[in-house]
Each structure stands twice: as structure tokens, then as C-alpha cells.
Design a protein around this ligand. Structure first.
Ligand code: ADP
Ligand code: MG
Length: 315
């Protein structure tokens, strides 16, 4: 039964996406939802009654935290090496990187252009494998995982936010946010997507397409898409890089709020003022961690009313 429902959903989605299918693959392969098997087999409720979000949270948080010691790193890199092979010779992008990020941290990775930040994020996000070393994610060594096993972990545990938003331009905000759930065959996808958009203060923009939204609003849609599957970890690569400073601050406030709700946030940035918003900062140069800094807490505007009172989006 579950299998046939999942298959029919997949078919419907494939047909509805046919005109944008090549684009959607390029844009969405890192962000498309949890695997159907995790939901169906791990007890996602098949009947209504309670809030879809609450039910979904129970599933994904359970996968992440029930068996976790909060004093153990959620993300741990041990002696990670990554090389790119070019005709002109190998590029050593990461050189024996060690790093520990704990549950509930807001953590920055900084360094100049070309220092290895995105390479590091790709490994943390299970988008790529290291050549050497071990990556322990939520207590599981994922260094040797490949293909579906790696994407399964990624889709269940991690939400991504990118500098260039990576939204599908011809779909509405709602459809963009719904996408990971539809890929995963999750029921109540529309309701979950609406709730995620309300959380980021865009309840009144759900039918707008990305070109009809400002940069800040597009990034909010991208954040809604990252949180709609309720991952415990959010990885953001230069999330304010395309925004002016005031709008960038709003986006950082939003990350603070998501962090306050218990999500672990890793922000990759070359901007020191962004890094100061994070409790700890790992600085990298030429593929090596040169320093780990601690920052005092930053004042931020609480967005705790965002769910019931959408923010006046400023960007
Ligand atoms: P950053 O995000 O800090 O700008 P990257 O992680 O993108 O740095 O790149 C680190 C190093 O690896 C750079 O020298 C870059 O040129 C190289 N690099 C990154 N991706 C590739 C790739 N796909 N092929 C070859 N070299 C790459
Ligand atoms: Mg980069």
C-alpha cells in the first residue's frame, strides 16, 4: 500500500515537473528531501489528526537526537584530506582538517576565497567524500558511504542554504518549498510548506515566483525549503553574500531563531561580521584549520512571533 502510494506520488511529481525537470535536478539535488523509505518505515503517520509539522518533527528529531549525547560532537572531522585532480596537477583543497561541531551550536567556517570552505561544506553536507580521514555524523562514520546511502543521510539530517538561493524560477515560493517533501512522498506537503514559509515571515508571499521577490525574500524561501523537512542541521554557504547588509542581518536573525529552536547551524562565510554572529568560528587557510575562535553572544531581534505574526520582510 505504502509502496503504491509512493510510486503514484513519484509519477505525479515526475509528470508535473517534466518541463523543468533538467533544471530541477541541477538546482535541487542537494536539497531534495528525505528518502521515502525513512518516512514510511520510520512511522510517519498515515492519517491526519495532529499537526503535520509536529508529527514530522517527531520523526526527524527522533532520528537525530534520541540516542545522542549532547556532549558528543554532532559533526566530527578527523584528519580529512581532499584533493582535486587536474591535468596541471593535484590541488590539495583540504589538508588534514580536524573539527568538532556540537548539537545546538551556531558555528562559522571562515577563510579567504579558495581556502577550502565550500569543499569542507560539501563534505560536511555529504555532497562529496573525502579522500582520506573520517567524518562522523551523529555518531555514525559516514566516510565510506556512497550513492544512495550518502544521500539518504544527507536528506534526512541536513538542510542547505546557498548564496545564490537555488530556487526554481518558474515555480511559486510554495511549490519551491514543497519540492523536497514531494520528492520524499510526504503527506501534508502543502501544509508543511505553508508553515515553513510562515516561519520565515513569508505567509503573504506564498504564490509569488522568485523573480517577483526581493533578494532577502528569495533567501527566506530558500531557508523555508531547507527547514521544511525539519533537519537537525542547516549548512549555509555564504547565505548573505548576495544581500545588502541590512537584509543580511535579517537573514542572520532568522538563523539565530532557528538555532534557538534547537537546530545546529554551520555558516560558511568570508565575512568577519557574519562570523561574529556565531558562537565559534573555525578559520581556514590553504585547506588547513588555523584557528578556532569563540565569540561572545550577539544581540539579535527575536523572531519568536514569526509563526503567528509574519515579519514585515525588509529585503
Ligand atoms: P572557497 O569556498 O574557500 O572559495 P573552495 O573549496 O571552492 O574554496 O576551493 C578550494 C580549492 O580547491 C581552490 O584552490 C579551488 O580552486 C579548488 N577546487 C575547488 N573545487 C574544485 C574542482 N571541482 N576541481 C578542481 N579544483 C577545485
Ligand atoms: Mg566557496
Amino acid at each position: 500500500m505504502a509502496l503504491s502510494v509512493a510510486l503514484s506520488l513519484a509519477l505525479t511529481l515526475a509528470l508535473s515537473l517534466a518541463p523543468v525537470w533538467p533544471i530541477s535536478l541541477v538546482y535541487l539535488w542537494p536539497v531534495c528531501g528525505i528518502q521515502a523509505n525513512c518516512l514510511w518505515l520510520d512511522g510517519f503517520p498515515r492519517t491526519g489528526g495532529c499537526s503535520a509539522v509536529a508529527a514530522f518533527s517527531e520523526v526527524s528529531k527522533g532520528l537525530m537526537f534520541n540516542s545522542m549525547d549532547m556532549n558528543q560532537p554532532l559533526l566530527e572531522l578527523r584528519q580529512i584530506v581532499k584533493r582535486y585532480q587536474l591535468d596541471s596537477g593535484d590541488v590539495l583543497a583540504l589538508d588534514r582538517v580536524n573539527m568538532q561541531i556540537f548539537p545546538g551550536e551556531m558555528f562559522a567556517i571562515t577563510g579567504p576565497s579558495g581556502s577550502g570552505k565550500s569543499t569542507l561544506m560539501n563534505i560536511l553536507g555529504c555532497l562529496d567524500n573525502a579522500d582520506e580521514g573520517h567524518y562522523i555524523l551523529a555518531g555514525e562514520d559516514v566516510s565510506e558511504l556512497e550513492g544512495d546511502d550518502l544521500s539518504d543521510i544527507r536528506n534526512r539530517k541536513i538542510g542547505f542554504v546557498f548564496q545564490s538561493f537555488n530556487l526554481l524560477p518558474r515555480l511559486s515560493a510554495l511549490e519551491n518549498v514543497e519540492m523536497p517533501l514531494l520528492y520524499a512522498g510526504v503527506r501534508h506537503a502543502r501544509q508543511l510548506a505553508e508553515e515553513a514559509l510562515a516561519t520565515v515571515g513569508l505567509a503573504d508571499r506564498i504564490h509569488h515566483e522568485p523573480p517577483q521577490l526581493s533578494g532577502g525574500q528569495r533567501q527566506r524561501v530558500a531557508i523555508a525549503r531547507a527547514i521544511v523537512t525539519d533537519p537537525a542541521i542547516i549548512l549555509a554557504d555564504e547565505p548573505t553574500g548576495n544581500l545588502d547588509s541590512r537584509v543580511g542581518r535579517d537573514i542572520l536573525n532568522l538563523f539565530h531563531e532557528l538555532n534557538r529552536q534547537g537546530r545546529t547551524i554551520v555558516v560558511v562565510t568570508h565575512d568577519a561580521s557574519v562570523a561574529c554572529h556565531c558562537g565559534r568560528e573555525a578559520q581556514i587557510r590553504d585547506g588547513r584549520v588555523t584557528e578556532i575562535l569563540e565569540h561572545p553572544p550577539v544581540e539579535f531581534q527575536s523572531l519568536s512571533t514569526a509563526v503567528s505574526t509574519p515579519l514585515a520582510a525588509t529585503g
